[in-house]
Design a protein around this ligand. Structure first.
Ligand code: ADP
Ligand code: MG
Length: 568
């Protein structure tokens, strides 16, 4: 007897389902991309597990994904011969929200009930996109290492509950059947589906097979037990070769962009990419992309959701390995690294101490910095947008990556007293190029906001001398500047610290003023006592009568405040 169990979705799933079905309305068609991408992931996983257990691959033949449709039953079916799921996995993976990222996503959305469609895919809610076009979804699945009787049937109308029952499945892997909503007939069309596969899934490295065209589904009275007598003739609808293994010259920009979108689950184009093959004692291929928009988790300062940089070994997907392949300040990069010489049974622990991987990591960093430099030279507008999205992340590299500090600093742009308002457009090279005669330092001020920085009385003396000052007001700036003491041989100095640059005439004038003011200074010192280190006549001010200054070894006030806030 079959036992059907009805379960409730986790509360968050219900919420995600609601969001997904409403937000993806104008991007309905991506349900196919999401389901095919899950099927492809499942084939990747099986191929990986089969390294240790080759017997897993026997039975269902070559790894492939079948997409078919049935006009009478009004269903679309996506079937794979991948790893499959057992009962517990079904419950964990599609009955609840395993990823902490999704939880954060929901928290962040808060009361705002409409998600930007482009956010959806990044949060592992891909499967639920099925409910954008379907009012009932049935999943048949069996894990590759289980017996046929250990299969599972899962079904839901996407409204809070799902059912589970045992099923006997001859073939391993997963079959997803979408029962389309009344208005979604446009998808019951071979040409349409084929076009979507080409558009979104062409690069999937496994054959996506579809029934040969001009074979409309035969009317079948027992649609439920649909087992057509004449097996359909299948043909492969996608390119089915791993994009990065093809020569650059044969890949169009559109193909590169499509691949990027599927990697990054991004609806936007990539800003730039770099595709390279290194041959030699150690051979590997890298295909690295710069996004044009920040992904959601990056805006949230999240670090554990670092998907999108995939490690392959000889075309076998091994794992998402962003942390192993790039330092944290380049976590916005998406792409693929395919190494020829790493052992296939490599684990995350091994990777972290692997010399070969260290070399690959070095090459990746270099490629990415090259790519950003190229963007800054050749495409100023795209570069500006890129910096707006990722500039603050890049600044972390000043602290994190000593070896590349100067290269990273060259890429940064700042607001300045000679810039365009609050816009961050001035490079350190721009600054050096217009330093005043005799000026030997790069001057900056830090503050909580641009207006506070630009309006500071500390700037008066610099304005009067026509000395440019960089206006730093991003939260990370103080921390970064603590590590950026020098650029191109010039020290970087806070305007509130130490002595101002003075010419000879200025020095003489100041000494004279100091003499004249000596009695006043003594009185002030007496009055202020322990609270100050010294009271001096200064050339800092032109309009304000006095200001607080710091000696060279003291912390900038803004940093001192930040540390106090952090409880240090
Ligand atoms: P993501 O793919 O980002 O993890 P999805 O919502 O698309 O998020 O899928 C959720 C999970 O369900 C997957 O991580 C996977 O464990 C499981 N899953 C979905 N489709 C399949 C499939 N065809 N074969 C095996 N597992 C699957
Ligand atoms: Mg998915």
């Amino acid at each position: 007897a079959t036992t059907t169990e009805t379960r409730k979705f986790e509360a968050e799933v219900a919420q995600v389902l609601h969001l997904v079905t409403h937000s993806l309305y104008s991007h309905k068609e991506i349900f196919l991309r999401e389901l095919v991408s899950n099927a492809s992931d499942a084939c990747d996983k099986l191929r990986f597990e089969a390294i240790a257990k080759p017997e897993l691959l026997s039975g269902a033949g070559e790894l492939h994904i079948d997409v078919s449709w049935d006009r009478d039953a009004r269903t679309i079916t996506i079937a794979d011969t991948g790893i499959g799921m057992n009962r517990d996995e079904v419950v964990a993976n599609i009955g609840s929200i395993a990823s902490s990222g999704t939880r954060r996503f929901l928290e962040a959305l808060g009361s705002e009930q409409k998600a930007d469609a482009r956010l959806i895919g990044q949060f592992g809610v891909g499967f639920y996109s099925a409910f954008v076009v379907a009012d009932r979804v049935t999943v048949f699945t069996r894990r590759a290492d289980d017996a046929p009787e250990a299969g599972v049937k899962w079904e839901s109308d996407g409204r809070g509950e799902y059912t589970l029952e045992p099923a006997t499945l001859d073939q391993r892997g997963t079959t997803v059947v979408l029962h389309l909503k009344p208005d979604e007939d446009e998808f019951l069309d071979g040409w349409k589906l084929r076009a979507l596969v080409r558009k979104y899934s062409d690069h999937v490295a496994f054959p996506i097979r579809m029934p040969k065209e001009a074979a409309p589904a035969q009317a079948d009275d027992d649609a439920d037990e649909a087992k057509a007598d004449a097996a359909p003739e299948w043909e492969t609808a996608n390119d089915a070769s791993a994009l990065w293994t093809r020569p650059k010259s044969e890949i169009t920009d559109e193909e590169y962009q499509n691949f990027y979108r599927s990697l990054g689950h991004d609806f936007n184009d990539a800003a730039a990419w770099s595709h390279n093959r290194v041959e030699g004692s150690q051979s590997f291929t890298t295909l690295l992309y710069l996004p044009s928009q920040p992904p959601f988790d990056l805006m949230m300062g999240g670090r554990d959701e670092r998907k999108g940089l995939k490690l392959y070994i000889k075309r076998v997907f091994i794992m998402d390995a962003a942390e192993e392949l790039l330092p944290s300040y380049l976590r916005f990069v998406r792409g693929v690294v395919d190494a020829d010489d790493l052992p296939l049974n490599v684990s995350r622990e091994i990777l972290q101490h692997n010399r070969q991987l260290e070399r690959i990591r070095g090459a990746c960093v270099k490629r990415v910095l090259d790519l950003i430099e190229k963007l800054s030279r050749d495409e100023p507008e795209k570069f500006a947008a890129f910096l707006k999205a990722f500039g603050n992340t890049l600044k972390e590299g000043i602290v994190e990556d000593h070896a590349n500090r100067e290269r990273i600093a060259r890429l940064l742009r700042f607001a300045s007293t000679k810039g365009e308002g609050a816009a961050q457009t001035v490079s350190l090279d721009d600054y050096i190029g217009r330093m005043a005669p005799g000026q030997d330092a790069i001057w900056y001020i830090t503050a909580d906001g641009h207006r506070a920085a630009a309006g500071s009385p500390q700037l008066e003396a610099f304005r009067a001398r026509d000395i440019e000052v960089l206006l730093m007001s991003d939260r990370i700036d103080e921390w970064m500047l603590g590590h950026l003491r020098e650029y191109a041989g010039k020290p970087l100095r806070h305007v509130a610290k130490g002595e101002l640059p003075l010419d000879e005439a200025g020095k003489a004038k100041q000494e004279e003023a100091a003499k004249a003011a000596a009695p006043l200074l003594d009185r002030l010192k007496g009055l202020l006592g322990e609270r100050v280190e010294d009271v001096r006549v200064s050339a800092r001010l032109t309009d304000s009568p006095s200001c607080l200054a710091l000696s060279d070894h003291e912390m900038a006030p803004h940093l001192a405040r930040l540390l106090r806030e952090a409880g240090q």
